[in-house]
Design a protein around this ligand. Structure first.
Ligand code: GDP
Ligand code: MG
Length: 154
């Protein structure tokens, strides 16, 4: 399994406002994933429409766009073995109410429309690469070794 799979993760405006950036970053760092990109930014209308394009016809789409553009987000790229699937399992279910304790949404959320974090869907082939390309330029993704790399993989 490739140890350099990359996935896109974003602390949503509610997570930023609630002071959860550090806690969320810590979880991925402690798991052994490698941070290769990070950007504190505000999403504009065009980017929101592109990022959530698959949901354009859903009844919650306008509220979702309004919410995701309502304040700063912290966008990140994390790298590691099976990163997309591993991160999703740490994030929990889409609805925090259905998310197990121990997951990010299960520990920090209660409401479907305020679920703290976005992560690329491992069941949507190529979503990780598409979302990384949408939010980051290639030169914003850094190539380096974690000092504990030899202790993270056999
Ligand atoms: P995710 O990949 O787990 O984030 O879930 P989806 O891709 O299905 O949906 C994208 C985002 O839209 C979710 O994270 C929620 O913030 C929001 N969302 C999804 N379904 C609903 C819904 O039924 N109602 C509302 N209000 N928001 C929803
Ligand atoms: Mg999704």
């Amino acid at each position: 399994m490739s140890e350099d799979e990359r996935t896109f993760v974003m602390v949503k405006p509610d997570g930023v406002q609630r002071g959860l950036i550090g806690e969320i970053v810590s979880r991925f760092e402690e798991r052994g994933l490698k941070l290769v990109g990070g950007k504190f930014m505000q999403i504009d209308d065009d980017l929101a429409h592109e990022h959530y394009g698959e949901h354009e016809d859903k009844p919650f789409f306008d509220d979702l766009v309004e919410f995701i553009t309502s304040g700063p987000v912290f966008a990140m790229v994390w790298e590691g073995a099976d990163a997309t699937r591993q991160v999703r399992s740490m994030v929990g279910e889409t609805d925090p109410a259905e998310s197990a304790p121990g997951t990010i949404r299960g520990d920090f959320g209660l409401d479907l429309g305020r679920n703290v974090i976005h992560a690329s869907d491992h069941e949507d082939e190529g979503a990780n690469e598409r979302e990384i390309d949408l939010f980051f330029d290639e030169e914003e993704l850094l190539d380096y070794e974690r000092i504990d790399a030899a202790w993270l993989y056999e």
